[in-house]
Design a protein around this ligand. Structure first.
Ligand code: ADP
Ligand code: MG
Ligand code: MG
Length: 210
């Protein structure tokens, strides 16, 4: 089994659904250690992508789908997360450009490029209490799964589970990037909203592969 354009489109649609379902939860997390707009920001961005999926040409590749997400998030989502997720999708799109089907190794390339895009844009390191703390464990788990011969679905499952654990683990961290960094020790005990939304988006990728 490899994953094609149908999967990429289903991933984006499912991501839009879960972000909408968790909109209030993400707002609440961001209210605790930021400015309370993360759920609204991402919901606006993913909602704006949906009509563009319907307008994609019939011969679009998975990379084309991710590119539409990138440009839409960059142009519609304000704040830190728009350019960060936008760059993630743009680099992911570039990593798989021209391929009709994505295999397990391709998924690792996609996820690695997405994570590297966030780092390029935001300069956060592991442990800074940002979305990187979901993405980096996800990349590492996906690479380990692919290395041990897992199929595409198992690679995505490994990535999503690691991102979820990574998001939970941000609760004990002091923030060194983004608005939460202004809070110092007071951010401890709160989960990073961008790590949580990243985990939701990666879980959507698994659900789209069913
Ligand atoms: P804003 O902080 O501008 O209101 P959002 O609330 O939409 O933007 O997004 C906040 C999230 O962005 C944080 O929870 C964090 O995960 C992520 N973030 C902020 N700055 C950085 C950075 N430099 N690198 C990686 N992620 C970051
Ligand atoms: Mg915010
Ligand atoms: Mg904001």
């Amino acid at each position: 089994m490899t994953l094609g354009t149908d999967w990429a489109v289903a991933w984006v649609r499912r991501a839009a659904e879960v972000i909408a379902e968790h909109r209030v939860e993400l707002i609440t997390l961001d209210r605790e250690i930021g400015d309370g707009d993360h759920g609204e920001n991402l919901d606006r961005g993913f909602t704006a992508v949906l009509p563009k999926l319907d307008a994609l040409p019939g011969d679009s590749t998975p990379g084309d789908v991710l590119k539409v997400v990138a440009t839409t998030l960059i142009s519609t989502v304000g704040g830190a997360s728009g350019p960060l997720f936008g760059t993630a999708y743009l680099k992911a799109s570039g990593a798989i450009a021209g391929r009709a089907e994505i295999d397990a190794t391709g998924l690792v390339e996609l996820l690695t490029a997405a994570r590297d895009g966030v780092v390029l844009r935001g300069k956060a390191e592991a442990g800074d209490k940002t979305m990187i703390d979901a993405w980096t464990p996800a990349v590492d788990a996906a690479a380990a799964a692919a290395e041990s011969g897992s199929d595409e679905r198992e690679v995505l499952e490994a990535a999503a589970a690691a991102a979820e654990a990574g998001a939970v683990a941000t609760e004990s961290l002091v923030a060194h990037k983004g608005r939460a960094s202004y809070l110092g020790e007071r951010a401890v005990g709160h989960r990073d909203p961008g790590a949580q939304s990243s985990a939701l988006i990666l879980r959507a990728a698994v659900e789209a592969a069913r």
